[in-house]
Write a protein that binds this ligand. Structure first.
Ligand code: 5RP
Length: 233
């Protein structure tokens, strides 16, 4: 179990993930993100669990659920915990200043957004390469859509200015989310007005959610070559 690597940046990212895990206190309800950084954070929480820390968690993907279960961490649902004290997750891009995000390169964006919206504090852990002046500069915006009518949804996303491609899995098949839906990766290039674009995407019938996370971030822990820094919203 765990993510092993001797790359110095990976080690810094692990430190950032541990710093985020250190924010979890006894009795909290915590959202567990998805992706490689979140995996480090879940391992760090697993070590704290083994030392006696007790909390409950809601995972954002089947993969994170499996990893948390392997550590013995107690998983709950929104039925008993409709509000979370904190959610900790990674991101694909963080916009300097606004701390708005692009998420979902791992395909878990819909559950991640539900968990983020249920959390009093949303903590993001990234390495410095994820910081951008404008969202959309480095990555396409993932959009989770229903498979019924996806071609029409894709056309309308294209009308918003995106180059749209269907997400495929590692075996060349269609990528299917944990919710059974498709992902359309929408390359917009640098986005001038992310809140407006997020609203425009959301208004298209067939769209479940986009990977634009607007005004949700509480704090970003950044692993950089000169150490860890914290950006606060
Ligand atoms: C998954 C996500 C991840 O948080 C995001 O892709 C970052 O992943 P990593 O930590 O592996 O760079 O949004 O849906």
């Amino acid at each position: 179990m765990g993510v092993q690597n001797s790359d110095p940046m990976i080690e810094l990212k692990r430190m950032a993930a541990e710093e985020a895990a250190a924010m979890v206190q006894d009795g909290m309800a915590v959202g567990l993100g998805s992706g490689s950084t979140s995996a480090m954070m879940i391992d760090a929480l697993g070590r704290r669990w083994a030392e006696g820390l007790r909390f409950v968690a809601i995972p954002t993907s089947e993969h994170s659920a499996e990893q948390a279960r392997a550590h013995g961490i107690t998983l709950v649902t929104f039925a008993t915990h409709p509000q979370l004290d904190m959610a900790i997750d990674g991101a694909d891009e963080v916009e300097r200043g606004s701390l708005n995000l692009v998420k979902g390169l791992g395909g878990a964006l819909f559950r991640e957004k539900i968990v983020a919206s249920a959390a009093k504090r949303f903590i993001i852990v990234v390495d410095e390469s994820k910081l951008v002046d404008h969202l959309g500069s480095r990555v396409a915006v993932p959009v989770e859509v229903t498979s019924f009518g996806w071609e029409s949804t894709a056309r309308q996303l294209g009308e918003l200015g995106a180059r749209v491609s269907q997400r495929m899995d590692r075996n060349g098949g269609l990528f299917v989310t944990d919710g059974g839906n498709m992902i359309l990766d929408c390359a917009f290039g640098p986005i001038a007005d992310p809140p407006q674009l997020a609203a425009d995407i959301r208004a298209i019938v067939g769209v479940i959610e986009s990977g634009l996370f607007i005004r949700r971030t509480s704090e970003v822990i950044v692993a950089g070559r000169s150490g860890l820094t914290r950006l606060v919203a």
